[in-house]
Design a binder for this molecule. Structure first.
Ligand SMILES: [Zn+2]
Length: 107
């Protein structure tokens, strides 16, 4: 996904993985410039900005929420206005996530 804020153009890659213990995690990697695909088509460009998040065992996994939190963390140290524009760019390309109003937890 290409995110733009004025002259700043970042490529964002998201990866969702379920660990051996059944817990999901999401990693967001950001880099400037063009992607550098390997033979399998996966981008191997160096990513200076990385954000990640992991569900707790009681959480229900939602891809959209994982992406949002991981991106939030990857953008954390950028200037406020740049972050704001990058989020506008993100939401322009991402349908608003449908999340339940209350997430049930096991007792
Ligand atoms: Zn890339």
């Amino acid at each position: 996904m290409r995110l733009m804020a004025g002259d700043t153009v970042l490529m964002a890659h998201f990866n969702h993985r379920r660990g051996d213990n059944g817990v999901w995690s999401t990693v967001c990697r950001l880099h400037e410039g063009r992607c550098k695909p390997d033979d399998a088509g996966r981008c191997i460009e160096y990513c200076a900005r990385i954000g990640s998040t992991r569900c707790s065992k009681r959480d229900i996994f939602y891809k959209a929420l994982g992406r949002k939190i991981a991106l939030e963390r990857a953008l954390m140290h950028l200037p406020r206005m740049t972050r704001k524009l990058l989020w506008l760019s993100y939401w322009a390309q991402t349908p608003v996530a449908k999340l339940p109003k209350a997430v049930p937890h096991a007792a």
